[in-house]
Write a protein of this length. Structure first.
Lengths: 666, 143, 326
């Protein structure tokens, strides 16, 4: 370090966010007296243009070479201030931020305590700032390709956008067909477009797009690397059907020995399929798949004399010897679009979903009203043995949403509207039905939603404010027990059919994706975005983005908007062709390194290797860091007995003075 | 020890989970004692166990290290490594006679603002009970 | 063990072209003293001994002898070093292999099954050191001293070193040449030293160690003699950053000893050298043994027994104990 450190300290009021609990002037006055501090100032919003200019001017006029900004969390504005000081001509890593908002003013009430703590934190930051080193970020090439996990509407839209921009897309879908939940829906609120009609063309585009490599019935197994250079391993599960030969004629399914005996996932179990199946008629790719769990041949090794499907397939596409295939490729960005699970209504046992066949979920209702559904679009229920058209129909909103008892405090944002839509569809199909909707509040917040809700109410559909406490059977009828909270009237409402407006939940298998990509969850258990407002599609990991309901419940327009946002964010590194790699990487002092290799064992990214160097005529082994692979976690350093490997900006000689500063003053 | 004794706590928080969790506590305006000063590191695996000793020697009455829950580490396994190292350190310190209430380790995720508050309260309370740790203080003031 | 056989084999080994020298024990200049012998020829080999006084762990010389700069135009001497090891010493060699402190092809290990060493402190207490050298031998189940011509038989229990009472590996775990017959491992004694400290409450333990560490003169003998403290530039000597001040006082002494013991967690193989060389008798072995027991009992790991093992400090298990975590 040739240059003497000249530190400037900038204490932010953040309006009154900080100054209400921290005496910022006292902090600045205190900072002014700390060693190497040349100037200490306060300003109402340090992140604002004039605030940044204050810092920049001081760098130019006072020759500052280190800057401490005491304001919000570095997770918020570190990039902002790095950029500012770089513009003023000093290395962006000569910045140290002191978090006196999230971890001080907002969590302490006593101004004296808050001020004292802020002073100490500033002191520690100054102690570290003096010892910061200049770092240079390096650029490496970015692979002009993207991986999209999940091919529902979010994944499809993101894939199409990126592919249209000219980049390669690997679209990986777990189930045999793309389409996701949207493909299961009948009509969409509030415009009542047919869901399949607007989705199917996009599904087809996806399969035929020259830039999209669609991998259905496949799962991502492993992701390594970093933004611009992710190494991806995908398992293409065996379909037992030769993908190239299958013509999608369906002869196999028609002849399958367990035909119409396997509950169809697509029809929510209400319809039945064969063991060899197409999930739904418009499935893309239109290739059959053998379900290994229900196929007689695959489960028992025997299916009649010969498996029927094999006998009838003229294309000779059936291949029971097929094995899973592992595909590896490289991408520059990843979009997670894994979607949601509908709330499992049996977790609200008071509603009797598991006991009464005439209590169904909203998703089941979608299939029931769909012309392509198991009943051909006829809404019917069984009363004793007799099939009838229901006349008394009740919808219940907020099932599994806004409900602490099942751990879901959030609003699922779609149930009010899909309930209104389904009520409307039933009104069309059964004009004389008595339809009522039990609700807590109706949230019709989107474009055209309130208008649609209003229209539905005018269609003689009664909205009753009340959260039913119980559903039980009386004779042939279901009784909804509820209090109408607007009139304070207890009701026992006898109906033929109850539709539960189930909410949206994080997918049961999301843990797998979390582990794969090191993502975090927010308190609602959906994936956590980098910032709730300003970076809603980014994750904490550079180069990995979120789209659709995996980040939180959303309707289709919001999902599509988010997918497009994620696609455009993902395209930034792809279009630039280069990415900056972290400058805060580990570095080895080869003179003291003992070559023990602890760091090599520890590094989760295999970024460290032992190399032989010549030390005064002797061959010795020392550790060496591949800076492109190192992510700067510093785990190597904590195990290095000779302190020879150190993460830049978090070196022992930068942290120990911080500890001393925090310890010293009582 | 005097009733108004306020312990001085140094905490090492990983950037991705615990630091974010502490930020969330702030955003949610959860109030907790002001005794804990945080040093941000990228991963709990970065925390050299000797930092704990050093902090106690340099004036801390208690030390806290917090990282992501097992399996959630942003760097895959740094928290597992921290657990082994700091577990060993804890055994050693206890054997040497350092009150076990002076050192805690916790898992706090980015969504656990409330847990962060509880951890802080527990750490402060324990350090308060253990009292000032004057015996071990470094006998000079550097810079 | 037959001394003649030892010397013959040692002479053969040093005669090998690929061997630079052999490190063994030889009689010291007075009393019970034993000196390390760096043997390069048959004459040197004839001085070697192996007796109950050969407590020293010579493995430390494998790393202590620094690789000197090679003058321009010359080649580095890549010949092997031969080393005589007891059971505990062999574990040090194994641990060095694990940590790449040495490589297997750089060393010839001559294993000496060890019936147990005398504790030099106990010995001198009972039979004060003499000017002339004293020969000590194993005899039956005890030790035989030849002190100024007088033969004294001492029961094993009276003189056996503490580290040997607790030894689980009297036979070398690794060797290229094994001298003599393997010995039968004996029943382990209770670790009373560690138990004594553990029996105190937390304040009592602090007081105990305060008294011990306050004695420390920071001569660094414990570190220097340790076969596994082999960093050429120890962090505890460094000024930037300063982990431990050089001042000799209780605070700095304590952090020095905590750091030293911690660096050996999962690495210490229990040769007891640190404690033996301590001029002020700090029971350092208790610190090391406490950690070694934690490592063995809670983490299922024992250092220095498997040259292929993953180093304890550089590994983890998903089910490592975590009951102390909030």
């Amino acid at each position: 370090m040739t240059e003497k450190p000249k530190v400037g300290v900038y204490v932010c009021h953040c309006g009154i966010n900080i100054s209400a609990t921290v005496d910022v002037d006292a902090v600045a006055e205190y900072a002014q007296k700390l060693p190497n501090v040349v100037v200490a100032r306060t300003y109402s919003y340090m992140c604002s243009d004039p605030g940044q200019s204050l810092i920049k001017n001081d760098i130019r006029e006072l020759g500052l070479n280190r800057v401490v900004v005491a304001s919000c969390s570095p997770r918020m504005h570190e990039p902002t201030f790095r950029k500012a000081i770089r513009e003023a001509g000093i290395n962006p890593y000569f910045l140290e931020m002191t978090n006196i908002r999230e971890q001080c003013s907002w969590v302490h009430e006593d101004k004296e305590e808050g001020t004292a703590k802020a002073k100490k934190l500033v002191k520690a930051s100054v102690a570290k700032a003096r010892l910061l080193e200049a770092l240079e970020s390096k650029e490496v090439d970015a692979e002009p390709a993207a991986l999209i996990i999940g091919a529902g509407i979010a994944g499809i839209q993101a894939a199409l956008d990126i592919a249209d921009a000219g980049f390669k897309v690997y679209l990986v879908e777990k189930t045999p067909s793309v389409g996701g939940r949207m493909a299961q829906l009948d009509k969409t609120f509030p415009t009542l477009d047919c869901s399949a009609c607007i989705l199917t063309p996009k599904m087809v585009d996806c399969a035929s797009h020259p830039n999209i490599e669609l991998m259905s019935y496949s799962e991502v197994e492993k992701v390594d690397g970093f933004i611009g250079n992710f190494d991806v391993k995908v398992r293409k599960k065996a379909r037992y059907v030769d993908f190239g030969k299958c013509t999608g004629c369906g002869d196999c399914a028609a002849e399958c020995r367990v035909k119409d005996r396997i509950p169809s996932e697509f029809d929510q179990g209400m319809g039945k399929r064969s063991a060899i199946y197409l999930p739904f008629p418009q499935a893309v790719p239109a290739k059959y798949t053998i379900d290994p769990e229900s196929c007689l041949f695959l489960t028992r090794g025997k299916c009649g004399k010969n498996p029927k499907c094999q006998e009838v397939c003229r294309a000779e596409a059936i291949n029971f010897d097929q094995e899973d295939e592992i595909v590896e490729f490289k991408v520059g960005a990843i979009i997670v679009a894994t979607g949601f699970d509908p709330f499992d209504a049996s977790r609200k046992p008071e509603y009797g979903y598991a006991d009464y066949p005439n209590v169904i979920t909203g998703m089941e209702m979608e299939r029931l009203v769909s012309a392509s559904g198991p009943t051909g679009g006829k809404v019917k229920v069984f009363n004793s043995e007799e099939e009838i058209e229901p006349k008394e129909i009740a919808f219940i909103n907020c099932v599994g949403s806004r409900d602490k008892s099942v751990g879901n405090e959030y609003c699922s944002r779609v149930c009010c509207m899909y309930t209104a839509k389904q009520a409307h569809l039933i009104r069309d199909k059964i004009p004389d039905a008595n339809i009522r909707v039990y609700y807590i509040d109706v949230r019709a917040f989107g474009k055209g939603y309130e208008e649609f809700y209003d229209r539905v109410r005018r269609e003689n559909i009664r909205y009753i404010r009340g959260n039913p406490s119980e559903i039980f059977k009386r004779g042939n009828k279901l009784v909804v027990k509820v209090e109408d909270t607007l009139t304070a009237t207890p009701l026992e409402d006898e109906v033929d059919l109850v539709v539960l407006g189930v909410g949206l939940e994080p997918r049961a298998d999301m843990r797998q994706v979390m582990d794969l990509l090191r993502l975090s969850q927010s308190p609602d258990r959906f994936f956590l975005e980098a910032h709730p407002k300003l970076r809603p599609v980014d994750t904490a990991t550079e180069g990995i983005f979120l789209a659709g309901c995996c980040q939180g419940p959303k309707d289709i327009p919001d999902t599509v908007a988010q997918a497009k946002a994620a696609a455009s964010s993902a395209m930034i590194p792809l279009a630039r062709g280069k990415v900056m790699i972290g400058a805060q990487v580990a570095t080895v002092n080869e003179a003291t390194c003992r070559g023990c290799g602890f760091c090599v064992n520890i590094c989760p990214y295999t970024a460290i290797e032992l190399v032989t160097v010549n030390r005064f005529g002797n061959e010795v082994e020392v550790a060496r860091v591949n800076e492109a692979l190192c992510k700067g976690c510093g785990s190597c350093s904590a195990a290095c007995l000779s302190d020879s490997i150190q993460p830049k900006s978090f070196r022992d000689r930068q942290i120990l003075p911080q500890i001393a500063a925090l310890g010293a003053m009582k | 020890m005097s009733a108004d004794y306020e312990p001085n706590i140094v905490a090492f928080l990983c950037n991705w989970c615990s630091y974010a969790g502490a930020d969330l506590a702030g955003t949610s305006r959860v109030h907790y004692p002001a005794n804990v000063q945080v040093i941000r590191v990228m991963c709990s695996g970065r925390v050299n166990p000797l930092y704990v000793m050093n902090a106690l020697q340099q004036g801390a009455d208690g030390v806290l290290v917090s990282g992501c829950h097992p399996g959630d580490c942003h760097y895959m396994e740094g928290n597992f490594r921290a657990r082994r190292r700091l577990g060993m350190l804890k055994s050693l310190m206890e054997f040497v006679g350092v009150d076990p209430r002076r050192f805690h380790m916790s898992w706090v995720s980015a969504s656990e603002g409330h847990k962060w508050k509880e951890v802080v309260e527990k750490t402060v309370e324990d350090a308060r009970e253990a009292g000032p740790f004057e015996g071990f203080r470094r006998q000079q003031i550097d810079w | 063990m037959n001394l003649g056989q030892l010397r013959k084999i040692a002479a053969e080994v040093v005669a090998r072209e690929d061997v630079k020298y052999l490190i063994g024990w030889k009689q010291g200049s007075y009393g019970y003293r034993i000196a390390p012998g760096f043997v390069e020829d048959a004459a040197g080999a004839a001085e070697l001994i192996f007796s109950p006084l050969c407590t020293a762990n010579l493995a430390t010389y494998l790393t202590l002898v620094e690789k000197l700069p090679v003058p321009r135009g010359q080649e580095a001497d890549k010949r092997k070093v031969a080393l005589m090891v007891k059971g505990c010493d062999s574990r040090a060699v194994t641990q060095l292999l694990v940590e790449k402190g040495i490589h297997r092809d750089e060393v010839v290990v001559i294993g000496c099954p060890c019936p147990g060493m005398v504790d030099p402190a106990l010995l001198t207490e009972k039979y004060p050191e003499t000017e002339e050298t004293v020969e000590v031998k194993w005899s039956g189940d005890g030790f035989l001293l030849n002190r100024s011509g007088e033969e004294i038989k001492v029961p094993r229990d009276e003189l056996l070193a503490e580290k040997c009472r607790l030894c689980r590996y009297p036979n070398p775990v690794i060797s290229d040449i094994l001298l003599g017959e393997a010995v039968e491992p004996w029943e382990l004694a209770e670790d009373n030293g560690v138990a004594e400290v553990e029996g105190k409450d937390v304040g009592g333990r602090w007081d105990y160690w305060e008294e011990q560490f306050a004695k420390c003169v920071r001569c660094y003998s414990c570190r220097n003699v340790c076969p596994l403290c082999y960093c050429q530039d120890c962090i505890l000597d460094r000024l930037n950053p300063t982990w431990v001040n050089r001042a000799v006082n209780f605070s700095e002494n304590t952090s020095f000893h905590i750091a030293r013991a911690f660096h050996l967690a999962g690495r210490c193989i229990g040769c007891g050298e640190c404690e033996r060389v301590c001029p002020v008798n700090i029971p350092l072995g208790r610190l090391n043994r406490k950690l070694a027991r934690e490592v063995r009992d809670k983490y299922g790991f024992e250092p220095g027994v498997d040259p292929e093992a993953e180093p304890f400090q550089a590994s983890f298990k998903p089910d490592d104990p975590g009951d102390f975590i909030l």
